[in-house]
Design a protein around this ligand. Sequence first.
Ligand SMILES: Nc1ncnc2c1ncn2[C@@H]1O[C@H](COP(=O)(O)OP(=O)(O)OP(=O)(O)O)[C@@H](O)[C@H]1O
Ligand SMILES: [Mg+2]
Length: 269
Amino acid sequence: MNLLEVKDLEVRDYKHGKALVEHISFQIKPDNCLAIIGESGSGKSVSCKAIMGINPSGLLSRGSIMFKGEELINKDTRDLRKLRGKSLSMIMQNAMSAFDPSCTIGTFLYEVLQEHLGLNKKDSYRMTAGIFETLMLKDPEDIAKKYPHQLSGGMLQRVMIALSIALKPDLIIADEPTTALDSITQFELIKQMIRIRKETGISLIFISHDLGLVKTLADDIVVMKQGRIVESGSAADIFRGPKSEYAKYLVGTRMALGNKFRTIMREAV
Ligand SMILES: Nc1ncnc2c1ncn2[C@@H]1O[C@H](COP(=O)(O)OP(=O)(O)OP(=O)(O)O)[C@@H](O)[C@H]1O
Ligand SMILES: [Mg+2]
C-alpha cells in the first residue's frame, strides 16, 4: 500500500477565484523519498501545506489525500493536529513561522514532545537533550533558553530538522530544508537525514532547487510548473532522459549548480 496517495488535488484561492494548484496526483511508497522540483511559485509549498492541512483558511483544497489509508481532505482540525508531528511532520521553508515567538526553544521542544509522544517531564527533557546532541551544538543549555527571534534562520532550521527526526513520523515533508544553512552544516544534516532514513525507513517529500541534492536523496521526482505536474517518474529516469521540455531545461541548467555538492556527497556517503 502507498503511504501517501494524492489524487487530483486542487488548491484554490477563493477570494481571488484563482486555482494555485490543479490536478496534482502522486504517490509515495513506504521507505521512499519523493522530490518535488519546479520554479518558484509553481505550487510546491502550497501542495505540501495542503497535505499537512496548514494552508490559510482562504485557500481551499479539493480532491483526495489518502495517508495510511485515511482521507485527509476535510478532516477535522483536531484529528489532523494529532496526526501532525506524530505521523506526519513538515520542515517549513520559513523556519521562524514554525516556532511560537513567546516560547523559548527549550520549552517549545519540550511541549511538542510531550504533546505528540505523551512523554513525562523527565523523558521529554532527556529527549530534548538528545535533539541538541543531534544538532551538534556546542552550548545546548544556552540555546534552550533563547527565544526564536534570538537565533539565526539557519539555527532554527537545524532545530526543526532535529525535532522532526526525533518524532520519528512515517513521513517528513522537508520544504527547502537547508536553504538557510552554510554548506558544511547543510552537508552534515543531509548526511544525517540519509543515515536516519536508512535506519528508520521514514519516507520523505523533499522540495529543493538544488538538483545535486535531489539526485542524492530522491527515489522519485515530480516536476511542477504553474500549479501543475508536467512530469513525474523515477529519479534515475528523469535525470537520464527527461521527457518534457521544462524538465529538460531544469535538469540541464540546474544540475550544473549542484554538481559541486553532489561530488562532496558521493565521496562522503
Ligand atoms: N496564502 C496564499 N494566498 C494566496 N496565494 C498564495 C498563498 N500562498 C501561496 N500563494 C500563491 O500560490 C502560488 C504557489 O506558491 P508556492 O509557495 O506553493 O510556490 P513554491 O513552488 O513553493 O515556490 P518557491 O520555490 O519560491 O518556494 C504562487 O503563485 C503564490 O503566490
Ligand atoms: Mg515554496
